[in-house]
Design a binder for this molecule. Structure first.
Ligand code: NAD
Length: 355
C-alpha cells in the first residue's frame, strides 16, 4: 500500500536486525529508525548502504535505558516496534550470563513499558495499526529427540542462560498483551545464516577457517541437529508478521532444513573445495572434534505451517542454494569481515550457535 509505515527496529545493527533494515529500506514508504547500543555484535558497515538515506535514521542507545527509549519513541512515533536487540551468543551466556539478564529480560520490560505508554496515547486507525513485535528463538522450546517438530503450542523448556533469558522475555511480551492489551506479536525462529553474520558464529567461522586452511572445530560428535533459515527469508517473514500478524498470536519461522553440525561443516568444505580448490587437499581433513558444550541441546526443528498457511510466507532459499550464496558472499566481502575477525581474534570463543 502507499501508506507510510514507521518502523522502529531495536538491534538493527546486528546480524538479523541489519537484514530487516535492508529489507524494509527496499520497500516503498517505510521509515526506519534503528535503535542499537552498538555492542561487540554490532557492525555499522552492515548498514553502510542506508546511511544518509531520508527514510533511515540511527539512534545509539540501550534498550534498558528507559529515558532514552521513551524519548526516542516519542520523537519517532512508530507504527510498529520490531524488538530484536538481545545478547545472542550461547557460549557467552554460559561464561557471563549477567548481560543476558539485563538486556534480554530487563531491556524487553523497558521496551514493553515504553511501547505501552506510546500505544495508550494513540487514537483511531493509528492505534489499531500499532504492533509490538517481539523477535525470539526456537531455543525457548528446549531440545527435541529424533522425532517431532516445535509448533507454536510446544511447551517452553529453555536449557541455557541465553534461551532462559529469551523465554522470560517472550512471557513478558505475552503478559503485556493479556494484562494491558498492548498489541503484541511474537515470533520464534530457527538458526539463521547468511551475509553479514558475525565471524564467531558457526557458518562464517568454519568458512573463514577453511578458506585459510585452519582447523575446523566441531563440538562432540557433530551430531547435534539444527534447522537452518537464510536470514533474508527470515527478514521477509518478520516484515509480514509485524504488519499482518494477529495481536496475541505467535508464529514459528523455519526453513525445513535440518542438518547435523557435521553435515553443515562438510558442506562448507565441499563448496570451498570447488570454489577455491587447494591442490591435493580435501578441506574435510581439517575437521577437528572438540569437547562438547555443557548442556548442548540435541535437536531443534521448526514447523512453520501456521506462518505459511495464515500469512502466506514461504522460504525462497533451500539450504544448498543459500549456503552457496553465503560462502560466495564471504569470498567477495573480505573488507566487511577482516576487521571484525582481527578485532576479536584475541577473545574468540570457538563455535557458537551450534546451539
Ligand atoms: P546479534 O547478536 O547479531 O545482534 C544483536 C544486536 O543487538 C547488536 O547490534 C547489538 O549491538 C544490539 N544490542 C545488544 N544489546 C543491546 C542493548 N542492551 N540495547 C540496544 N541494543 C543492543 O543478534 P542476531 O543474531 O541478529 O539476533 C537478533 C534477534 O533474533 C535476537 O533477539 C535473537 O534472540 C533472535 N534470534 C536469532 C537467531 C539467530 O540464528 N541468530 C535465531 C532466532 C532468533
Amino acid at each position: 500500500s502507499q501508506q507510510n509505515l514507521r518502523v522502529m527496529v531495536t538491534g538493527g545493527s546486528g546480524f538479523i536486525g541489519s537484514a530487516v533494515c535492508r529489507h524494509l529500506a527496499g520497500q516503498n514508504n517505510v521509515a526506519i529508525l534503528n535503535y542499537d547500543k552498538l555492542t561487540y555484535a554490532a557492525s555499522q558497515a552492515s548498514l553502510a548502504m542506508l546511511e544518509g538515506k531520508a527514510d533511515y535514521q540511527f539512534v545509539q542507545g540501550d534498550v534498558a535505558d528507559a529515558a532514552r527509549v521513551c524519548a526516542t519513541i516519542k520523537a519517532f512515533r512508530p507504527d510498529v516496534v520490531m524488538h530484536l536487540a538481545a545478547e545472542s551468543h550461547v557460549d557467552r551466556s554460559i561464561t557471563g550470563p549477567g548481560d543476558f539478564i539485563q538486556t534480554n529480560i530487563v531491556g524487553t520490560y523497558v521496551m514493553l513499558q515504553a511501547a505501552l505508554e506510546h500505544w495508550r496515547g494513540l487514537e483511531g486507525e493509528a492505534k489499531g495499526r500499532f504492533r509490538f513485535h517481539h523477535i525470539s528463538t526456537d531455543e525457548v522450546f528446549g531440545s527435541l529427540g529424533a522425532e517431532g517438530l516445535f509448533s507454536e503450542t510446544t511447551p517452553y523448556d529453555p536449557r541455557s542462560p541465553y534461551s532462559a533469558s529469551k523465554a522470560s522475555s517472550d512471557h513478558l511480551a505475552r503478559a503485556w498483551q493479556h494484562t494491558y492489551g498492548l498489541p503484541v506479536v511474537v515470533s520464534n525462529c530457527s538458526n539463521n545464516y547468511g551475509p553479514y553474520h558475525f565471524p564467531e558464529k558457526l557458518i562464517p567461522l568454519v568458512t573463514l577457517n577453511a578458506l585459510e586452511g585452519k582447523p575446523l572445530p566441531v563440538y562432540g560428535k557433530g551430531d547435534n541437529v539444527r534447522d537452518w533459515l537464510h536470514v533474508e527469508d527470515h527478514a521477509r517473514a518478520l516484515h509480514l508478521i509485524a504488519t499482518k500478524g494477529v495481536p496475541g498470536e505467535s508464529y514459528n519461522v523455519g526453513g525445513r532444513n535440518e542438518r547435523t553440525n557435521l553435515q553443515v561443516v562438510e558442506a562448507i568444505c565441499d563448496i570451498l573445495d570447488e570454489l577455491r580448490p587447494i591442490p591435493g587437499q580435501s578441506r574435510r581433513d581439517l575437521i577437528t572434534f572438540v569437547a562438547d558444550r555443557p548442556g548442548h541441546d540435541a535437536r531443534y526443528a521448526i514447523d512453520a505451517t501456521k506462518l505459511e498457511t495464515e500469512l502466506g510466507w514461504t522460504a525462497q532459499e533451500t539450504f544448498d542454494t543459500g549456503l552457496r550464496k553465503t560462502i560466495q558472499w564471504y569470498l567477495d566481502n573480505e573488507a566487511w569481515w577482516a576487521p571484525l575477525r582481527e578485532r576479536y581474534a584475541g577473545q574468540r570463543l570457538g563455535l557458537s550457535k551450534q546451539a
